[in-house]
Design a protein around this ligand. Structure first.
Ligand code: GSH
Length: 223
């Protein structure tokens, strides 16, 4: 059985964006059945888990052929097995790689900085000083991204691909702001991707254990 390692529970700000959702979404789009293995802080720190994921993070992915960490690499691995995530022709595949890495390397570093400031350091003086400059760079990337998307529905080859899974996930990390909404074509793009039944199933499957944990321990829901 294909298996994705995910968290038993995370605080509300992270619910719906923990990175196992990238892998769940890819598996759903590809029609590959899988199960999840839910872990908490003890297993995260354990030597056995560190042997699979050196940084103690999720997701980890395993099937009958491979064991992997790094969500982008896992999504690419799954994409290589499915036309639903990557076309067969070399030029088309190259565009998927290009846009997947653009999401990870050109967007995510700036989006991640902004989210880190807002979610973890908002009250700190250094963060308040740094934030405006980071926002300028995020806006610049979003404006260029919107221009690049033009009137296409998806980034690579005009068809949904693995690149859109990573791009949507990165843009969702701005959902605590109104930034994406200020770029209407990008907002419509995110909404289009989020409306896909495969995303909705992946989201529901990530959230289900959190809801169950909160039902068992109501104090968690108050965090
Ligand atoms: N580059 C890694 C990052 C994984 C990552 O940041 N995972 C987070 C959840 S979204 C995590 O496990 N955080 C807990 C920690 O770092 O201790 C990937 O994409 O798989």
């Amino acid at each position: 059985m294909n298996r994705v390692t995910a968290f038993k529970w995370v605080p509300p700000f992270a619910q719906g964006s923990v990175r196992d959702i990238r892998v769940r979404w890819a598996l759903e789009e590809a029609g590959i059945p899988y199960g999840d293995h839910l872990i908490g802080p003890e297993e995260q720190a354990s030597p056995d888990f560190r042997a699979m994921q050196p940084f103690g993070q999720v997701p980890v992915y395993r099937d009958d052929k491979v064991q992997m960490f790094e969500s982008g690499a896992i999504v690419l691995y799954i994409a290589q097995t499915s036309d639903a995530l990557m076309p067969a022709d070399e030029a088309g595949r190259a565009m998927v790689l290009t846009w997947l890495f653009a999401a990870s390397n050109s967007l995510e570093p700036w989006v991640g900085q902004l989210a880190g400031i807002d979610l973890f350091h908002a009250q700190e003086a250094w963060a308040q000083e740094r934030r405006p400059q980071v926002e300028v760079f995020v806006r610049k990337r979003l404006a260029d991204l919107q221009t690049a998307l033009g009137d296409r529905q998806f980034f690579a080859n005009g068809a949904f691909s693995a690149a859109d899974i990573i791009m949507t996930h990165v843009l969702r990390d701005l959902r605590h702001t109104t930034l994406v909404a200020e770029y209407p074509a990008l907002a419509a793009y995110v909404a289009r991707c989020e409306a896909r039944p495969a995303f909705q199933r992946a989201l529901a499957d990530q959230l289900a254990p959190f809801r169950a944990a909160e039902a068992r321990q109501p104090e968690l829901a108050k965090i």
